[in-house]
Design a protein around this ligand. Structure first.
Ligand code: FES
Ligand SMILES: [Fe+2]
Length: 386
C-alpha cells in the first residue's frame, strides 16, 4: 500500500547547515539545575512516550512508568487506555509496586482502598455511612493524567492544560502510515543504563559522521554518507539512509521477518523496491527515537535520571503476524542493534566524561552534523520558553 499522496514518506527538502554551530556548553550536560529546569519545563509539559498500546492489549493490563519524577499507572479498562498518578487518595501511598501486571482493580497495599481501572474509588473499608460522615467515594477517584495515542504509541503529558496530542503531531499526520505502526507488536525489549546525559543520546542518534569508526558492521550494509533528511528543523528531525540492495540490518544481513507494512508485497512481485533499501531515522522530541526498517521498527525511550545518567528502553516491533512465518528471526535484528546501541552508548559515555572536564569547550559541528545542530536549536528554544 503506497502512502497517501498528500503525505509522502519522504519529502525532499533543501537542508541548511548553519556554519559556526557549536556543541552546547558544559553546564547543559553536568548541572543538576539544568536537569531540574528540563524536568519542569520539558519532561513535565511535553508529550512523553511511555509505551505502545500492544503492551496493554487486554482489559486489566497495566504498566507503571516514572515520568519527570512521578510514578504513573498506564492501564486499559473495558473501553479505553487510562493514565493515573500512582498515588492513593487516602494517605498518598504508592499503589502499584510491580512494573507491569494484570488486574481487574487497583488496590492500595496499605488500607485496601480499591479503585476501578477507570480510576473510580469503589471500595473504602470503614469510610462510608456513619463511619465518616460526609465521605463520598465519588470525591476520591485517582488523579488522572492527560494521555493520547499517536500511531499506536501511548503518550502522557503532566501539564495542566496541554495542547492536544493531535495538534502536537499534526506535522507528521499520515507520514508513517506506511509502517502499520498501530498494529505492530514488540517481540523484544532491552533496557540500558547509560552514564551519559540524555541530550548526548539524541545528538548521537542524529548523525552518522561517527559511523565508519564506531559501527563497522552497520557501515557495511548502510553507507554512512547516504543520509538524506527531510525533517530538518523543529521537534521532529531526521530522514533516511540507504541499505545495500538485498541486505537487511541484521546479524546475518538477511530480512528477519515479513515486511511490517501490509502493502509491501516484495520485490519479486514488482512492489516498490526502493522501500526495501531505506532505513528511516526520526527523533521525536523529547524522549523518542523512531527507526523504521522494512522488516521491523525499533523504538527507543529515553528517561533521564541525573545529568550524567539516562535509562533507555529499546523495543523491536514486528508485523502482528510475523511470528507465524518461518523466516521470523527477531533475534537477528535484536543482536545487530544491541551491538550497535552499545557502541553508541560507549561513545556517549566517553563524551560525557570529556565534557565534564575543565578543558571542555563547545566544539564546532561539521556539515554532517546538521541534525544534531538543529536538535540543539530546538532544545534551546524550548528552554528559553521557560
Ligand atoms: S493509604 Fe491507601 S488505603 Fe490507606
Ligand atoms: Fe551510532
Amino acid at each position: 500500500m503506497p502512502p497517501p499522496a498528500t503525505t509522502p514518506v519522504f519529502r525532499k527538502t533543501t537542508e541548511t547547515f548553519e556554519a559556526g554551530a557549536k556543541t552546547l556548553p558544559q553546564r547543559y550536560f553536568t548541572s543538576p539545575e539544568v536537569l531540574a529546569a528540563e524536568q519542569e519545563g520539558i519532561f513535565s509539559t511535553h508529550w512523553m512516550l511511555v509505551g505502545h498500546q500492544s503492551q496493554i492489549a487486554q482489559a486489566g493490563d497495566y504498566f507503571v512508568q516514572e515520568v519527570a519524577g512521578e510514578s504513573l499507572i498506564i492501564a486499559r479498562d473495558q473501553t479505553s487506555v487510562r493514565a493515573f498518578y500512582n498515588v492513593c487518595r487516602h494517605r498518598g501511598t504508592r499503589l502499584c509496586e510491580d512494573r507491569s501486571g494484570h488486574s481487574t482493580t487497583i488496590q492500595c497495599p496499605y488500607h485496601a482502598w480499591t479503585y476501578a481501572l477507570d480510576g473510580r474509588l469503589v471500595g473504602a473499608p470503614h469510610m462510608t455511612g456513619e463511619a465518616v460522615p460526609g465521605f463520598d467515594k465519588a470525591d476520591y477517584s485517582l488523579h488522572a493524567v492527560s494521555f493520547g495515542l499517536w500511531e499506536g504509541f501511548i503518550f502522557v503529558n503532566l501539564g495542566d492544560a496541554p495542547a492536544s496530542l493531535e495538534q502536537w503531531f499534526a506535522p507528521l499526520q499520515g507520514k508513517f502510515s506506511h509502517w502499520n505502526l498501530p498494529r505492530l507488536r514488540s517481540a523484544h525489549r532491552i533496557e540500558y543504563d547509560v552514564r551519559a546525559n540524555w541530550k548526548l543520546i539524541f545528538e548521537n542518534y542524529s548523525e552518522c559522521y561517527h559511523c565508519p569508526g564506531v559501527h563497522p558492521m552497520l557501515s557495511k550494509v548502510s553507507p554512512y554518507d547516504s543520509a538524506e533528511n527531510d525533517l530538518t528543523e523543529g521537534p521532529f528531525l531526521g530522514g533516511f539512509m540507504k541499505i545495500t540492495k538485498g541486505a537487511s540490518l541484521t546479524m546475518t544481513g538477511e530480512a528477519c521477518a515479513r515486511p511490517v507494512g501490509d502493502g509491501h508485497k516484495g520485490e519479486e512481485e514488482g512492489e516498490d523496491a526502493e522501500d526495501f533499501e531505506r532505513v528511516f531515522y526520526y527523533s521525536i522530541f523529547p524522549n523518542m527515537l523512531l527507526s523504521l526498517h522494512p522488516d521491523y521498527v525499533m523504538v527507543h525511550q529515553l528517561w533521564p535520571q541525573s545529568p550524567d545518567r539516562t535509562l533507555i528502553s529499546c523495543d523491536w516491533f514486528f508485523h502482528p503476524e510475523a511470528a507465524e512465518q518461518s523466516n521470523f528471526k527477531p533475534e537477528d535484528a535484536v543482536a545487530f542493534w544491541d551491538t550497535t546501541n552499545k557502541q553508541d552508548w560507549h561513545v556517549c559515555e566517553l563524551s560525557q566524561q570529556g565534557i565534564a572536564s575543565r578543558a571542555y569547550q563547545p566544539g564546532p559541528y561539521s556539515s554532517r552534523e546538521s541534525i544534531p545542530a538543529a536538535w540543539d536549536r530546538e532544545y534551546l528554544r524550548r528552554m528559553a520558553d521557560l
